[in-house]
Ligand binder design. Structure first.
Ligand code: MEV
Length: 423
């Protein structure tokens, strides 16, 4: 029997769960229990979360961790991270501590412009269109005044409107290409409202507006973070060799897309965790970052490295369109807590914090990959997970961890060792 349903959204939460259980879980009672187990006991708080989206039936927990010891431009931070992958927070904390005794992270915002476009079709004469655009330019801006008033008070607004001819790529296709400054808000609603108002003002019998929407490609909303120290301060037995290998790993990610994607994924382990913790839009960030990584036509590393005159320098340049006001940042109590923990940063400061988190994560990954290998740390975690499952106590854990130091961890080997100790 078909499970297609009309009016699902109108059902109560209880009814939705019942329908789900009946149609997709054979009415197993434990399904309903699992779903309800994650409801918040505070009904008001639950209602707040229910109202973020549609058809909410429960909450989905993610671990919320913190990475202390970050120093960015001389200021100390503890960075909140929401992530399900083990080792990410530990890596961030370790690297933060490492660089805290080597001058910390230096970061700077390069630019903060965002883009929106009105995409339209026009079959007529291009000169006439250009003249029409010039004659309409002021009206386009006037059409947005009620929307831009508040933003302008905060130092933002529309910076520029251009007519762009794209007919060489698609017949009759033009754009109004609009540049925005949205200060501390991500500005998606603001940008889209301005664009729709402009489109309404611009359209005529010959201009067919296809759509009006912001772009998540933000190469002009760019931040840079870096660390540097003398090569001999890099630690380990052979700091020269380490620095060289580290830079080689980056060079590989600069020319080899298969590696670059994984390299950048590791960077995003750090960035996405802070994006989530602060209630920002991780899909927008991801889309923008990867498009930027591919801007040359080849997908490349977002981080760079050099060793010059005995100095190791490692940096990231990354586009991040963020908000510290509006949206979920003020609605979600944990997002608000994260921003308070970060000492109420401006969007510019948050850009620097996130770029730093990404750089730190990449440093941790490359340090592990070019020295002990990535499985060493992962295996330690794996070992602890197995021992926790087996119910080992602290002294058993310690003994077994010592035994497996330098050995390959497999489930069966751990169980065997555990049973031996138990006997
Ligand atoms: C795993 O989540 C991330 C890494 O694969 C990143 C990298 O290879 O650089 C370790």
């Amino acid at each position: 029997m078909s499970k297609i349903i009309s009016g699902f959204s109108k059902l109560t939460k209880e009814e939705k769960i019942k329908w789900l259980a009946a149609n997709y879980f054979n009415n197993q009672p434990e399904i309903i229990n699992t779903i309800k187990q994650y409801w918040n006991v505070d009904e008001k708080l639950q209602q707040l979360h229910d109202d973020f989206i549609e058809n909410t039936i429960s909450n989905f927990y993610m671990p919320y961790g913190v990475a202390p010891n970050f120093i960015i431009n001389g200021k100390e931070y503890v960075i909140p991270m929401v992530v399900e992958e083990s080792s990410v927070v530990a890596a961030a904390s370790l690297v933060a501590k490492f660089w805290s005794s080597r001058g910390g992270f230096k970061a700077e915002v390069i630019s903060t412009q965002k883009i929106g476009q009105v995409h339209f079709m026009y079959e007529g004469d291009k000169t006439e269109l250009t003249q029409y655009f010039e004659s309409k330019k002021n009206d386009l801006l006037s059409a947005t005044t009620s929307i831009t008033r508040n933003m302008e008070k905060r130092g933002g607004g529309i910076l520029d409107v251009e007519l762009v001819d794209k007919t060489d790529k698609l017949a009759n296709y033009y754009q109004l290409h609009v540049t925005f400054e949205t200060v501390d808000s991500m500005g998606a609603n603001f940008i889209n409202s301005c664009l729709e108002a402009m489109a309404k003002e611009f359209r005529n019998d010959e201009i067919e507006v296809v759509m009006s929407i912001l772009s998540n490609y933000v190469p002009e909303c760019l931040v840079r973070a870096e660390v540097s120290c003398k090569v001999e301060e890099m630690g380990g037995e052979y700091p020269q060799k380490f620095a060289k290998k580290f830079c080689q790993a980056i060079q590989i990610a600069e020319i080899e897309p298969y590696r670059a994607v994984t390299h950048n994924k590791g960077i995003m382990n750090g960035i996405d965790a802070v994006v989530l913790a602060t209630g920002n839009d991780f899909r927008a960030i991801e889309a923008g970052v990867h498009a930027y990584a591919a801007k040359s036509g080849t997908y490349k590393s977002l981080t760079h490295c050099e060793v010059k005159d005995g100095i190791f320098r490692f940096w990231i340049e990354i586009p991040l369109a963020l908000g510290t006001v509006g949206g979920l940042t003020s609605l979600h109590p944990m997002a608000k807590l994260s921003l308070d923990m970060l000492q109420k940063p401006s969007a510019r400061e948050l850009m620097m914090i996130m770029a730093t988190a990404g750089l730190a994560q990449n440093f941790a990954a490359l340090r592990a990959l070019t020295t002990k290998g990535i499985q060493h740390g992962h295996m330690k975690m794996h070992l602890m997970n197995i021992l926790n499952q087996l119910g080992a106590n602290e002294s058993e854990k310690k003994e077994i961890a010592t035994y497996f130091d330098g050995k390959t961890v497999s489930h069966s080997a751990v169980v065997e060792k555990y049973n031996k100790i138990k006997k």
